[in-house]
Write a protein that binds this ligand. Structure first.
Ligand code: HH2
Length: 279
């Protein structure tokens, strides 16, 4: 059950949300877009490659990461958002902090992407006040310690129930159901087995009727399956996961490698269309 659209984007075809980390320490692209000019250049290149959304973040949430002071997070993301929205980009702000959400939307961001699903103090109120669509991601624990010993009974049901509870809280705060997307949070307090179970059963999230966002790009489960390869060599595993996810109802893909995902999803979709199963 795929909703018709999210954040003004029709979901009859794959939508690519490009990862633009304005950080020195993100696990894959840390440091590559830390200076303003580099971040803007990278964002424009993503748009030229076919990105639908630029996901701007100023704090790494990789396993073991320490929080960044809020002033520093603001200093990193606000000028980048101003510059890219001035060029017509649809920008999401990847943050857990209400101050950053407010400043980002003032700077032109039109989507809030929160890895803590708006559980932080003041985050839900800020999102509701700002009136923009939200992406709610599941995380067990906090980035600093989340990979220490993640434990679930039934990971698929627990992630779905948590996200539905957060979606309900959003609706009670005044956010429309159509403006709420859900994301299972691959790698956030999950073992490889937990990640694979969630990926196998993504249709459970799609059956909620909310748009589903998936961020698997270059994540470490790929290396654990294939020879411990470093992040830059996990593109094929990321693409393979995206194709499997498309079949299970995911329509928004958070990726580092826009051109590769665009091509793979387009070819996959073209084959399915000939069979009458395409978008
Ligand atoms: N993953 C990361 C950050 N934000 N947002 C959503 N909705 N889904 C995700 O899976 C997700 C996310 C972590 O990846 P990345 O931004 O590439 O690295 P880092 O946290 O080290 O900056």
């Amino acid at each position: 059950m795929v909703p018709p659209s999210f954040a003004g984007l029709s979901l009859d075809r794959p939508r690519l949300m490009a990862v633009l980390n304005v950080t020195p320490d993100s696990f894959s692209d840390g440091g590559e877009a830390f200076a303003l000019e580099d971040a803007v250049r990278r964002g424009l290149a993503f748009l030229a490659e076919g990105a639908d959304i630029l996901d701007v973040g100023g704090e790494s949430t990789r396993p073991g990461a320490e929080p960044v002071p809020v002033e520093e997070e603001l200093r990193r993301v606000v000028p980048v958002i101003e510059a890219l929205t001035a060029e017509g980009a649809l920008v999401s702000i990847d943050s857990r902090r209400p101050e950053v959400m407010r400043a980002a939307v003032t700077a032109g961001a039109r989507i809030i992407n929160d890895v803590a699903a708006l559980t932080g103090e003041g985050a839900l109120d800020a999102a509701a006040d700002l009136g923009v669509p939200v992406i709610l991601m599941h995380m067990q624990g906090e980035p600093g310690t989340m990979q220490d010993n993640p434990t679930y009974g039934d990971v698929v049901a627990e992630v779905r129930d948590h996200l539905l509870a957060r979606a309900r809280a959003c609706r009670e705060a005044g956010i429309a159901a159509a403006d709420i997307a859900l994301d299972p949070g691959i790698g956030f307090g999950k073992t490889v087995r937990h990640n694979l179970s969630l990926l196998a059963d993504l249709d459970v999230l799609a059956a909620t009727g909310h748009a589903v966002v998936l961020g698997v790009s270059r994540k470490s489960y790929i290396a654990k399956i294939d020879r411990d390869v470093p992040p830059a060599r996990r593109v094929a595993g990321s693409v393979a996961t995206a194709l499997a996810a498309w079949d299970r109802g995911v329509r928004i893909f958070r990726v580092h490698d826009v051109a590769e995902h665009r091509q793979a999803l387009a070819v996959y979709g073209a084959i399915a269309e000939v069979q009458g199963k395409g978008p």
